[in-house]
Every structure is written in C-alpha cells, then in structure tokens.
Design a protein around this ligand. Sequence first.
Ligand code: CP
Length: 303
Amino acid sequence: MKRKDILGIKDLTRSEITEILNTAKSMRESLVAGERLPVMHGKNVATLFYENSTRTKNSFELAAKNLGATTTSISVATSSVQKGESLVDTGKTLDALRTDVIILRHPIAGAPRLLADNVKASVVNAGDGFNEHPSQALLDAMTALRHFSSLAGLKIVIVGDILHSRVARSDTHCFTKLGAEVTVCAPYTLLPDGFESLGARVETDLDKALDGANIVMPLRIQRERMLGGYFSSLEEYRAYYGITEKRLRFCAAGAIVMHPAPINREAEIAGDVADGPMSVIEEQVTNGVAVRMAMLQLLTIKG
Ligand code: CP
C-alpha cells in the first residue's frame, strides 16, 4: 500500500480495500494456525483516544502486539491534553518518541486529517465524529465475506441512528465499492441528507427495507448524542425500528445480523436476536483483530 495514512473508506480504491481484506484473511489463517508474525518488530504503535472505546482500542493494540510491535496507550484523561496541549502538539510529541503509527479516535470530524498533515507517523482514523470509522467498515466487509462468496448484488440494510453514525458512512462507502446494494433506514429525524449520493437507497419503512435483505445491521441508539428529541420515546422507536425475530422473517434465507457494538439490548436490537443463530456480532469483534493487523502491516511494511 503506497499511502501513508488510512483516514476513511471514501479515500480508498476498491483495489486497496481488496488488498486489506485479502491480507486480513491470511492474517486470520495464521492466527488460527498459531503461527507467529513478528513483521513489525522494532515498530511502535500509539493509541490516542479522545472518546471511549472497548473494541477498537484493544483490538488495534492486540493487532500491533500480534505483529511484534510495541504499543503506547495515551489516556487523554491523564495526559497533558488536560493541560491544554493541542492535538498537533501531542502528535509531534509522539513523532519525537519515534512512533510509527498513531491510531486516533476524536469527537471532531476531520481531526485525523489534521493530525496526518502535521506528523511523520502514519495516522489511522479509529472514528472521527460523525464522519468515518474505516477499520469498522473493513471488519464488517470481512465478516460479510466469510458468510457470502461476494458482496456483489447483496442487499444490506443499515437501520437506526444514521444521522450520528460514522459506521453508516464508512460501511456505505465500503459495501457499495464492493458491489452491494445498501439501504439506510431510519425515521426522518435520524436520516441526514446526502446518503443517496453515497450510493445508498433511503427508506423509512423498516418492513419494506428488510424485504429480501441478506444482511441487517442495526445501529446503536447513541444516547450521549441524543439531545435533539429525535423520537418521542424508546418504546416508540423499538416498535418501529427495533430488530426483532418477528421482523427478520422478511429477510432472505441465510440472512445474517451484524452490529458494530456496543449494543443496547431491547432498544435497537432484541436480546434474543443479538444472541441468536443469525447474529455474527462476536465474530465481527474477532475479525477486527485480523483486519487491524492487515492495516498496520500494509502501512508500515512497504513491499
Ligand atoms: N464498534 C466500536 O467502535 O466499538 P468501540 O467504541 O468499543 O471501539
């Protein structure tokens, strides 16, 4: 991979996405076979998270360690960010510490690009505001490809809080670049303008959206961002947009349910669906390590 940074799926070509997914597939096979892959021995990967995370932060750290790299974790709550140090100055400090890759999560869209333009290290966007979450989209594509031979022509429905979702944006870019037909479904209040221009179909009626779907992905109701009265009650939201076993009867045979997690049980997804036979939510987390190993290797080891 020639690029220095991975800031969004929007920037990646289909061939770059395929290169990452093929590398992740071979990483996963090596992990399952118990083979050691110390290709990043001598490299340092830093995680710099201005928002909470369980999956993304820990799986990037695990991925780096699996490749033999050392890791540094900057906890924003206890770092000099609290003394007013800027993002760029924090990045320059990480450069001075000879960091090879900075994994950044930030509440402001565009922050990873600002950092990337001002540091020597590679920057990977681990989620920026409502903009993008590229490693999530890549692990979602990897998971889909473990259940379907190709994404071409697959009907994928992303349902819920599209407005606040960086996953919806990155997944729409990724799935459409791989040939899938993406529908985003939500109440009007949670549907931002412009998704049609990303190649998605927009639908407010969930039963219509689910008709013939191969993959259903409910999104978390982001309570921390829900200050605008986007729906009248959680009960009403669940009645119209909650993913339940009954609703899933509209899907195609062999359909799967994905969720980027964390999940709100009995809100956007029923507990028995999250734990049921159609759910691949835990597999997504496992695949996340292989995808992040692939991203780190392709950014740091130039062939
Ligand atoms: N899916 C996701 O980004 O999870 P975390 O917020 O736990 O990293």
